[in-house]
Design a protein around this ligand. Sequence first.
Ligand SMILES: [Zn+2]
Length: 307
Amino acid sequence: MEKFKLWEPKTQPDILGNDGSFGNIEWDYPTFVEKIYEPLRRKYPDYIKRHSIGFDTSGEYEMWAYEFAPENYTKTIYIQSGVHVIETDAYFGLARVLTMIANREDERLSKVRDNVRFLVVPVVSIWGISKRGGYEEMMSKDRYNFSHNAAHVNANRDFFELKAKETVNVINFIEKYSKDICFAIDCHSTTDVVLGAYLLPYSDGMPESIANKLKHINSELYKKHPTEIPNLFMGEEKYYPTGALTSTYNAGITKKFGIFALTIEHNDYIYDKKLGTSLAMTLSVELIGNHLIQISEDEEFIKTDCL
Ligand SMILES: [Zn+2]
């Protein structure tokens, strides 16, 4: 089979709250949803629906999932982001890719819009992104020093322990659609150089032919953006047992529901040492967009018993 041809997004706007920005890194969760997902839903009411999936652990915030469903879709993909509260480029990057798909901003994305239903949890750690402080605080603190939820547990590991209400809400939502979901993606963006330039943990037991296709994208992106920091994308998940949806250790959705999953992650600090810049957003959109397009276009990503 022909190798996947990389999709090349145009340079993306930053999320620094300026004129022409796509958003503002400082927004709390209700503002983020109100400014980005809600205008899109109002623009395309037949295409986009939203579902309340419960409240966070503290009871302060209502948590939303979105359904992007074209009339005649042929597969369903679950996608989430914002497990880690400092990973702004990932959850804004996902929002930006979905905006481009909804608006049919290019031909390949337009095909995705016609054929795929996306079930989306835009942010998992909704309390964390609302309470963590603004840009200065994020840049001054160690990435591990932020609480993701009012239960103060790591939202990644919690997909096994289920101590935070947010995680339970997500698992319940996935369970409702588990027969339909063909594939699941968890979007991150690391700021820790130890974790490499691009990371790709994926479900144990995934057929090698599929895993190789996923690795191919990361490999091409690493070639396009070379750095002296090694690329750890080839690490199987047993070497990196923390991906929320994929991990053996935390028994995410693969073990629970038989859905293959992928965690995608790029390291914005290697490339520009800042959060939310145009470069960081472009790298995030490029990574998320390419994986979404590949999984959408390639029939091998349809699980035999899913829709
Ligand atoms: Zn993360």
